[in-house]
Design a protein around this ligand. Structure first.
Ligand SMILES: *Cc1c(COP(=O)(O)O)cnc(C)c1O
Length: 335
């Protein structure tokens, strides 16, 4: 069995971490195939990676085919309408055009619906001028690896893929990769795992957290017993307290749902987030640590990563990373 290929999913600005820095680093590490969602993202990526194979997961809108060709972007086609558009473009440019085909196995979002798949199977001329490089599908319950729907999707996908004997096959996102080699096929499509998210939540973390986030304390104030902190006065001091304010808020991806419910680290000590998270500011109870103005509170690192922050916010690490926003001063190391 030949080893499959590892691509990189760098949509949403590489999950918020900066595609302009990360994609070239991944390419330098040997990655040749990159996925984004939109054509516009693909075009930006093309400027950074002149040699890479770049795919747009969200498919082909009417009138977009020319831009795909002009920028050497490959669409992931998920409907007969998209196939027809791409076929017409191939005719127009007078050469075969490559594509990935997205086959429906249960997500019911963008992949080729069963009836259209049947039509395609019965009439291969619909694909004239299109080189189906790879057929792919996407797991609907990959975050619960034991869920037998994952295995059923794999089976259904392999049965459908048999209709395209020349095409490579791809099913696994990050958690799919950890479900075993049966899911690896010809191409794996990790996003989350590359960025250090825990790709397989029921197993211990396998990937190293790559993003670290800290913010200086802008002010520390003494709050008397019974006083409140922040909008709505949702936190009341039950003892005389020292409250540190940092200049990071929900506009920076510290979700408002973390109000009274998150932590940061001061050195080795977790300090509780108190009061509501506001747009640009968040408050922490530093009564028990020797914090001073200008000291850093660590909001995100390997002890307390995006997954943990996501859990505290009632969401997932993916959403934490992709909402970090543009106001941080970013330093890229080790690339
Ligand atoms: C986003 C995406 C991926 C990557 O998923 P991760 O869980 O982040 O690895 C793979 N395939 C498709 C179709 C996607 O939309």
């Amino acid at each position: 069995m030949s080893a499959g290929e590892t691509s990189a999913v760098v949509k949403a600005d590489a999950y918020g971490l900066g595609a302009a820095q990360l994609a070239p680093a991944l390419a330098a590490a040997g990655c040749k195939t990159f996925f984004v969602a939109h054509l516009a993202e693909a075009v930006e990526l093309r400027a950074l990676l002149p040699q890479a194979r770049i795919l747009a997961l969200n498919g082909l809108l009417p009138h977009a085919a020319t831009d795909f060709v002009a920028n050497g972007i490959i669409p992931v086609l998920g409907s007969l309408q998209e196939i027809t558009l791409w076929r017409a473009e191939a005719l127009e440019v007078g050469r075969a055009l490559p594509a990935f085909l997205h086959l429906e196995t249960g997500l019911n979002r963008l992949a080729l619906p069963p009836r259209e798949f049947e039509k395609l199977r019965m009439d291969p001329t619909l694909l004239e001028g299109i080189t189906v490089d790879t057929v792919m599908t996407h797991l609907l319950a990959a975050d619960t690896p034991k869920d037998e729907r994952n295995r059923r999707q794999l089976q259904d996908f392999l049965a459908m893929a048999a209709a395209f004997p020349g095409a490579k096959r791809s099913i696994a996102n990050s958690p799919g990769i950890f479900m075993g080699t049966a899911f690896h096929l010809d191409l794996i499509r990790p996003g989350a795992a590359i960025y250090g998210l825990n790709a397989s939540p029921i197993q211990p973390r396998k990937m190293r957290q790559v993003a670290r986030l800290s913010a200086p304390i802008l002010q520390i104030r003494d709050v008397r017993l019974g006083e409140t902190v922040g909008y709505g006065g949702s936190w009341t001091a039950e003892r005389p307290s020292r409250i540190a304010t940092v200049g990071v808020g929900y506009a920076d991806g510290l979700h408002r749902a973390l109000s009274n419910n998150g932590i940061a680290y001061f050195d080795d000590t977790p300090v509780p987030l108190v009061g509501r998270v506001s747009m640009d500011l968040t408050t922490f109870d530093v009564t028990d640590v020797p914090a001073n103005t200008g000291d850093l509170l660590v909001l995100l690192d390997s002890r307390h990563g995006a997954d943990e922050l996501g859990q505290e916010a009632g969401t997932i690490g993916y959403e934490i990373l992709t909402s970090l926003g543009r106001r941080y001063q970013r330093r890229y190391i080790g690339a």
